[in-house]
Design a protein around this ligand. Structure first.
Ligand SMILES: [Zn+2]
Length: 132
C-alpha cells in the first residue's frame, strides 16, 4: 500500500492580534468622533457652498440695486412732471391729478395721471352732522 502524498496546501496558521478592550462610554465617544469625521465636508463641497453663498449675496445686491433704481426713477418722473404750466398740470393749466375712485376706507387716493405720483388721501364725503 502506497503512502499518501503530503498535501501541498498548508493549513493557514491564524495569528492572534493583540486585542483592545474599552468601556462602552469609550466606544460611544469613539463612534461619535468617527461620525463627526465622516460628516466633515470635503474641500470640493466647501468650495461649492462658498460659491452658492457668493451667488446668493450677488443676487441680493442686484435686487437691492434694482429697487433703488426703480425708486429713483419714480422720484425723477415725479420731479419732471411739469410742462411749463406748473407741476402736475396739463397744457391748459388744469390739474392732472385724478380722483376717480373711492376706496373702501371712504377716501379718494389722488394720483397724477401723468407721473403716477400719489398724494395724501382725501375724505370722499363730508362728515354728516347728527349721525353717530
Ligand atoms: Zn404729475
Amino acid at each position: 500500500m502506497p503512502e499518501p502524498l503530503p498535501s501541498k496546501t498548508e493549513i493557514p496558521v491564524t495569528k492572534t492580534e493583540p486585542s483592545v478592550s474599552m468601556t462602552p462610554s469609550q466606544l460611544k465617544e469613539m463612534l461619535i468622533a468617527f461620525a463627526h469625521e465622516l460628516r466633515k465636508p470635503t474641500a470640493e463641497q466647501e468650495a461649492e457652498a462658498a460659491k452658492k453663498k457668493d451667488d446668493l449675496e450677488r443676487a441680493k445686491q442686484q435686487k437691492i440695486e434694482l429697487v433703488r433704481l426703480d425708486a429713483q426713477a419714480k422720484i425723477d418722473r415725479e420731479n419732471r412732471c411739469d410742462i411749463g404750466m406748473g407741476p402736475h398740470r396739463k397744457q391748459n393749466g388744469e390739474t392732472t391729478i385724478f380722483q376717480g375712485q373711492i376706496f373702501s376706507d371712504g377716501y379718494y387716493h389722488p394720483m397724477c395721471i401723468r407721473c403716477q405720483k400719489q398724494f395724501p388721501k382725501v375724505k370722499a364725503y363730508p362728515e354728516r352732522e347728527g349721525t353717530a
